[in-house]
Design a protein around this ligand. Structure first.
Ligand code: SF4
Ligand code: SF4
Ligand code: SF4
Length: 394
């Protein structure tokens, strides 16, 4: 009976998402007077660039308006609904999904530097290095890498597999080799260190903290409820890839990366989705990552990825700080009492659990068996910054 209920819920979510996507597809988010895929350093420095950036300004404006609206609605609800009280949060087992305020630790600083550097390379790299890499089709880099025409570069072939097999064999090999290589070796460390959409969500989380806006806390039931959405999006993505559908119209990154690189093109569902991604990332850290189809597919290979999260169960005092800080709500990191390897398919290798663990070497991140980052009581004791008002971090 319960599985029938789950199937009905999944099908309803699937139908809802498909209907919404269809309606959003009929109404373009943004249409320029003329599409222009060409880009150059000169264009980025000219006044034309401001015209190209119009959809981005639209996205920022609508996201800000949406966030303000949600904050106002939450304040009204909090006055009338007792389930928003602090006591109710404890009773319902809601988890913050963010770490307490701490001084920056080297690992997090390095992670941010890598994420920002990679985002710059992914978006403007083709221009910076003067390369039009259309012949290479490197999937890990975004579509602006092709400086001639968007069709035939980078991740385009991930969503147009039918066209991939029309390429010369050496290009197919480069594409498949780099895709499989990156995914197998790095796994979801791509999410923690390289993905520009992940970086955007992290920036939104920082803005929320700076503006002292309360985030959305989730309990296990809520985490389970998003699972059908995740699988529906995976099905839609795979379906579009094999059916030759244009996944680019749905990819939220398309609303940002090509625009920043100076390409002027129509945006459909991607523009609406980017607003939802940014709003979601503001209220719940890495909320889109919980349902991202690409991240889910990368998670299939988590058992063979070089990056692992390891736990010394002898040192663990079962304090739960790791679970409290995990943006993906991974409970096994805290509950596991036997296995050393606690890497989950949902783990984005952000390292927040390790940063917050107060026990020496209880949690570690390793790459190919080499310990990269480990929990330390000393770092916790020296780095903890209590909220000036005496309350906990939001
Ligand atoms: S889950 Fe998706 S959006 Fe999030 S970091 Fe990974 S690839 Fe990027
Ligand atoms: S379990 Fe993974 S996703 Fe969760 S905090 Fe640790 S590293 Fe980040
Ligand atoms: S934070 Fe460290 S000590 Fe606390 S439950 Fe997690 S692994 Fe154990």
């Amino acid at each position: 009976m319960k599985s029938l209920k789950n199937i009905i819920i999944t099908l309803s979510v699937f139908a809802g998402i498909a209907a919404l996507a269809y309606f959003a597809y009929l109404v373009p988010f943004y249409e320029p007077e003329t599409s222009d895929f060409s880009t150059s350093i000169g264009k980025l420095l000219s006044a034309d660039y401001l015209t190209v950036l119009i959809p981005l300004f639209l996205i920022i404006g609508l996201t800000t308006a949406g966030i303000v609206l949600v904050v106002i609605l939450r304040r009204i609800l909090a006055k009338t609904d007792k389930t928003h009280s602090r006591f109710a949060e404890v009773r319902t087992g809601r988890q913050k999904g963010t770490a307490p305020r701490q001084k920056p630790v080297w690992f997090m600083v390095l992670r941010w530097i890598i994420m920002i550097t990679f985002t710059v390379i992914a978006i403007w790299g083709g221009l910076i290095f003067g390369m039009g890499v259309s012949g290479l089709s490197i999937p890990i880099l975004s579509c602006p890498w092709n400086t001639e025409e968007m069709t035939s570069s980078s991740c385009y072939y991930l969503s147009h597999l039918n066209e991939l097999f029309e390429l010369p064999w050496y290009q197919i090999l480069i594409f498949l080799g780099s895709t499989v290589g990156f995914i197998l070796l790095l796994g979801r460390a791509i999410c923690g260190f390289l993905c520009p959409v992940g970086l955007m969500q992290d920036i939104m989380d920082r803005i929320r903290r700076k503006t002292k806006t309360e985030g959305i806390k989730m309990n296990e039931k809520m985490y389970r409820a998003v699972t059908p959405v995740k699988w529906c999006l995976v099905l839609i993505m795979i379906g579009l890839c094999f059916a030759g559908g244009n996944f680019c119209n749905f990819c939220p990154a398309v609303a940002v990366a090509p625009v920043l690189a100076g390409m002027s093109t129509s945006l459909y569902v991607s523009g609406f989705l980017m607003i939802l991604v940014l709003m979601g990332g503001f209220f719940k850290r890495r909320s889109f990552c919980m349902i991202c189809p690409l991240g889910t597919i990368m998670g299939f290979f988590h058992k063979i990825s070089l990056f692992r999260i390891k736990k010394d169960t002898q040192s663990c005092t079962e304090c739960g700080a790791c679970y409290e800080a995990c943006p993906m709500g991974i409970k096994t990191i805290y509950t596991e009492r036997e296995k050393v390897d606690v890497t989950s398919a949902n783990c984005i290798m952000c390292g927040e659990c390790i940063r917050c663990c107060p026990e020496d070497k209880a949690l570690s991140m390793t790459c190919a068996g080499i310990r990269l980052y480990t929990s330390s009581r000393k770092t916790i004791m020296s780095g903890y910054e209590p909220d000036k008002k005496g309350g906990s971090d939001k």
